[in-house]
Structure formats: structure tokens, C-alpha cells
Design a protein around this ligand. Structure first.
Ligand SMILES: O=C(O)CCC(=O)C(=O)O
Ligand SMILES: [Fe+2]
Length: 345
């Protein structure tokens, strides 16, 4: 039985995670909750409230992260043609990470409680608000970017149905409140919400971001100031919405536009449309090396493969080059409202 009081994060899950936000996550694949820790109402825990507020809680999390044995991470480049041989591509020093075990007491107590009890409350509340989500297990990663080192993350999705059961990514930013996060600070989380376009989320103190691990393409822009992030990956099952009556499609073109919005196809559309930015982000986030050149080469192969898949999937369209593909997709009058409600799982 627990004898400790719920943390500010757990209380925020109860009072700040709205049905509206969880519906947005389910229908469009992502949602942002700024000032997540602004828990109103004192819930009669006056003593607890006095010692822990948004500011002190977030600062304590940052101090705990700073004290961890953080390490520069690597991208795993898997060569499926050669028996899944893996090459490690070293990232730049600007991002340091830790995903090892945490001590539940002492110097890691707040982090430990966040990634266990905090994550459990989050999963339970999400399942209550959206019963098609059954999330049962959480894993985590703690991350810090020192000031002035231009740390960044390249464009990626976090998971793949074929690889593991991670379904929802929750990013929580316990960053300093002493001055607001401005454009020049960099470090924004960029979410590629095609066909709407890219959205930049500043990692301001107390912001919680939720998105679909398997299909939301995202990156972190190079950051200039000290930046912290707690990542929780929630695993389990998310049932797709039951198919309603099939939409009446007035034309072949409408049917084609609808297929482009399929979650699995959308991911490849984004890779192709943003291929230059994607390549640039890979270069920025990794140290120059022989392995990085292999990574870029493999990225080009994946783009070629995505293009040939598009040619196969849309045989009636005359696509031969990347430029043909861009022209064709950009000319489609996609129903943006439909795009929002049609995010499948
Ligand atoms: O730091 C962030 O905002 C996100 C990091 C991320 O995308 C990841 O660790 O997979
Ligand atoms: Fe990620």
C-alpha cells in the first residue's frame, strides 16, 4: 500500500487531463497540454501544497536529471539485407540521456515516482476517458541538453507496430520558468501533422505533449538553452474506431485522396514531402563520421522505396520522380476536417 502523498504530476493527471484532450489524441493523433501542472483547488492537502508547487516540483525534477549518469546516445542503423546487422551512429553531445533503473528514495525519488505512479495514473485516466485505449506498461527516458551545444533530434517516429507495443508517447517538460521560452531559444518539438503542416511546440515549463508513437513524425529543433525532457512511452493496445457507414465517394479522385490519409500511407507521404528537411535533421543531430554517411545513404534508399511504393499504390497517377510526387500531392484538395477525424490506430 502507498503511504506517500500523490505527486503534483499525479494530481494534475486527475484534474488537468481533459476528455477533450484525450479525444484529440485519439482522433487526430496528438495533443498538447500547456501548464499541465497548474492544479487548481487544494484538495485539502494543504501541508503538501505548501512544500510543492509547479516551480519547486519542476526544479527538483531538473536537479535529479542533472545528477544522473547521462550519456550521449546513438541511432541504431539496422541493415535488413545483411541479417539485421546494426551500426551505431553517434549523436552529437548536445543531447544526454538516461534510461537505466532509478532509486525510489533519496536523490531520484521524484523522478522515480513520476515514471512509476505518475505514468500509471496517466495510463489509467486515459483508459477511462477513451476506453479504446488499454495501456498497461510504461517505459521512460530522461534527457538533458546543456546550454549552447545545439542539441537536436532528427525527424523520426518513436515506434513501429512490428517492433514493440509502444503506442502513446508522453513528453513532459520540467524546464525553468525564470524566463519564457522564445523562438530564438530553439528546442521546439516539431510535429509533422500533414496535411495541416508542421506545428512547433515550445518545451515550456509544465507542458505535456501526447502523440501516437507509431505514426507521428517529429523532431527537436537545435536548442541553445538548457533543456530537459521526461519521455514516457505507454504500451498496450489501442483499438481503431469501428468503421461507420462507408463515406460516399463521388469520384475516383476522392477515393485516392482518402487513401493518402490512411495513417500508414501518411507517414510515407511526410517522408517524401519533407525529405530535404529530414536529411538535414539527420546531419545536424549526428557527429560527422563514416557511420553517419551510411545513415544518410540508407535514408536515401528509404525515400526511393517510399516513392516506388507510391507508384505501386497509385498506378493511375503519373509519378516518376520525387518532384512529380510533390506536385501531385500538393495539388490534391484534401478535406482537412476529414484528415482530423480519420487518424486510424
Ligand atoms: O525531447 C523531446 O522533446 C523529444 C525527444 C524524442 O523525440 C525522443 O526521445 O524520441
Ligand atoms: Fe521521439
Amino acid at each position: 500500500m502507498r503511504t506517500d502523498l500523490p505527486s503534483l504530476f499525479e494530481r494534475a493527471v486527475c484534474s488537468r487531463l481533459t476528455a477533450h484532450a484525450v479525444r484529440a489524441l485519439y482522433t487526430k493523433g496528438w495533443t498538447v497540454l500547456p501548464d499541465f501542472l497548474q492544479v487548481r483547488g487544494h484538495e485539502g492537502i494543504q501541508e503538501h501544497q505548501d512544500e510543492e508547487n509547479e516551480e519547486t516540483y519542476a526544479r527538483a525534477l531538473c536537479d535529479e536529471i542533472r545528477a544522473l549518469p547521462l550519456q550521449t546516445n546513438h541511432t541504431h542503423l539496422v541493415d535488413t539485407q545483411r541479417g539485421n546487422r546494426t551500426t551505431l551512429v553517434r549523436k552529437c553531445d548536445g543531447v544526454r540521456e538516461f534510461d537505466g533503473p532509478l532509486e525510489p528514495f533519496g536523490t531520484q525519488a521524484k523522478l522515480s515516482s513520476l515514471v512509476t505512479d505518475g505514468a500509471s495514473s496517466l495510463m489509467a485516466m486515459m483508459s477511462v476517458l477513451e476506453p479504446r485505449m488499454t495501456l498497461t506498461r510504461a517505459t521512460y527516458k530522461l534527457q538533458m541538453s546543456p546550454a549552447g551545444q545545439c542539441g537536436s533530434f532528427p525527424m523520426h517516429t518513436d515506434s513501429d507496430e512490428m517492433v514493440d507495443e509502444r503506442r502513446i508517447t508522453a513528453l513532459f517538460y520540467p524546464n525553468a520558468r525564470d524566463r519564457p521560452w522564445v523562438q530564438e531559444d530553439g528546442g521546439q518539438l516539431r510535429i509533422y501533422d500533414w496535411p495541416h503542416g508542421a506545428v512547433d511546440v515550445p518545451p515550456s515549463n509544465g507542458t505535456l505533449v501526447l502523440f501516437a508513437s507509431t505514426s507521428m513524425v517529429h523532431r527537436v529543433l537545435p536548442v541553445q538553452r538548457e533543456r530537459f525532457c521526461v519521455t514516457l512511452w505507454l504500451s498496450g493496445k489501442v483499438k481503431p474506431a469501428s468503421a461507420g457507414p462507408a463515406p460516399k465517394l463521388v469520384s475516383e479522385e476522392a477515393a485516392m485522396r482518402q487513401r493518402l490519409l490512411d495513417r500508414k500511407i501518411r507517414k510515407h507521404v511526410i517522408r517524401l514531402l519533407y525529405r530535404d528537411e529530414w536529411e538535414q535533421s539527420l546531419l545536424e543531430a549526428h557527429e560527422e563520421s563514416e557511420e553517419r554517411s551510411q545513415l544518410i545513404q540508407s535514408f536515401h534508399q528509404e525515400c526511393e522505396l517510399a516513392l516506388s511504393n507510391m507508384i505501386r499504390l497509385f498506378p493511375d497517377v503519373n509519378i516518376q520522380t520525387f518532384a512529380d510526387f510533390d506536385r501531385w500531392v500538393n495539388a490534391q484538395e484534401i478535406d482537412l476536417q476529414q484528415a482530423d477525424t480519420q487518424f486510424g490506430w
